[in-house]
Design a protein around this ligand. Structure first.
Ligand code: PMP
Ligand code: GLN
Length: 379
């Protein structure tokens, strides 16, 4: 069989989580919480099932959930999306990203991808016949050189992929980043996908700036969100796409044949749960404490790091300890000290030796303390 994705193997998240499980290691690799979701949310699911919300949801999503998202989005970002024609519920952010890419990318189109990039972007682009054009960001600050981006945008550029707060680096876009992007796209016929699944996880008083808040950007952007990160339910796979009407029309043409619709009782429960803003607004403080707990354990070790700006990932450099490739070290640490992480080089197109590992701190405090101690001791 001639592979359509010859360079793609099994995603690193599956590889590292399996290794961690097989070896009984503390799993700070794949990004998911080790603690339970709010019982109040679970109650709402049971209630939805008992109330017979067990058949297909409408293709675009349950109206109650689309309305709740529209209301929340208006309150948090001041941007109005019409629940009927501009909001679509998807099977996680993963489906929304795939559907948006498929909706706009034609064979031969170029797509600007900032790397390191979340690992589902490039395969989606390539399956649509698109050509990824990489802008490489480098540690320690992963700042975007907008003059370089300008040189990569051509008449063939159809789409630019944005992710803020950024997985795996934790970087959060500034107002200047948004303005620079707006200047670049203003006169051009191209689209944007903004992956904002970590919208509520930013630290040290830093605001999340959504592309929907900038009018020049909003009119050409598919904003992608997910409840998995926000409500500690990554296994539910409920996400959504916010996009202006004409974009949503094309988006839904793909979505309806990719999954058609998404788990009904989960949607009803999430709609009810969204009614209290503190449930998502408290998330930043909750994770900032966990970040600081993990970093306290690493202080004084030979790992180098700057506190992550957002997401529940902390990148650390081990350059002062060993020059092993990051993949080899991630495997070795899982085996030898029982702590699993993600090698950041896998999120680049070309091999590199930046010597960075990504640790997920969406874990109970005891796990974070134990992992931090083991790592500090090893270093
Ligand atoms: N985008 C980013 C940046 C992610 O980190 C993830 C993984 N959680 C996803 C998309 C996929 O989200 P979901 O689980 O909702 O499909
Ligand atoms: N987003 C999660 C991470 O970055 C993983 C999601 C997945 O396993 N596909 O770790």
């Amino acid at each position: 069989l001639a592979s359509k994705l010859p360079r793609v193997g099994t995603t690193i998240f599956t590889v590292m989580s399996k290794l961690a499980a097989d070896l009984g290691a503390l799993n700070l690799s794949q990004g998911f919480p080790s603690f339970p979701a709010d019982p109040a949310l679970l109650e709402l699911v049971t209630k939805a099932m008992r109330n017979n919300h067990n058949q297909y949801a409408p293709m675009a999503g349950m109206p109650v959930l689309r309305e709740a998202i529209a209301q929340k989005t208006a309150e948090v970002y001041g941007t109005i999306y019409d629940p009927d024609s501009e909001i679509t519920i998807t099977s996680g952010a993963t489906e929304a990203l795939y559907a948006a890419v498929t909706a706009v990318v034609q064979a031969g189109d170029e797509v600007i991808v900032f790397e390191p990039a979340y690992d589902s972007y490039v395969p989606a682009i390539e399956l649509a016949g698109g050509v990824p054009v990489f802008v490489s960001l480098t540690p320690p600050d992963y700042a975007i050189d907008w003059a370089e981006v300008a040189t990569k945008v051509t008449d063939r550029t159809r789409l630019i992929m944005v992710n803020t707060p950024h997985n795996p680096t934790g970087r959060v876009w500034t107002a200047d980043d948004l303005n620079q992007l707006a200047n670049l796209v203003q006169e051009r016929d191209l689209f944007l996908i903004s992956d904002e699944v970590y919208e509520h996880i930013t630290f040290d008083q830093r605001p999340h700036r959504s592309l929907m808040q900038h009018p020049v950007l909003q009119e050409r952007t598919f904003v992608v969100g997910s409840f998995g990160k926000t409500f500690h339910v990554t296994g539910w796979k409920v996400g959504y796409c916010l996009a202006p009407r004409e974009l949503t029309v094309e988006f839904r043409k793909v979505h309806q044949f990719l999954t058609f619709s998404v788990s009904t009782p989960m949607q009803v429960a999430l709609a009810g749960y969204l009614s209290e803003p503190d449930r998502y607004l408290s998330l930043a403080g909750f994770y900032e404490q966990k970040r600081d707990l993990f970093l306290q354990a690493l202080a004084g070790s030979r790992f180098a790091f700057t506190p992550t700006e957002g997401t529940f990932f902390q990148n650390v450099s081990y350059a002062a300890i060993t020059d092993e490739p990051d993949y080899d070290l991630a495997v070795r640490l899982t085996k030898e000290i029982g702590v699993a992480s993600i090698p950041v080089s896998v999120f680049y197109d070309q091999r590199n030796d930046y010597h960075i590992l990504r640790f997920c701190f969406a874990k109970d405090d005891e796990t974070l303390r134990r992992a931090g101690e083991k790592l500090a001791q090893w270093s």
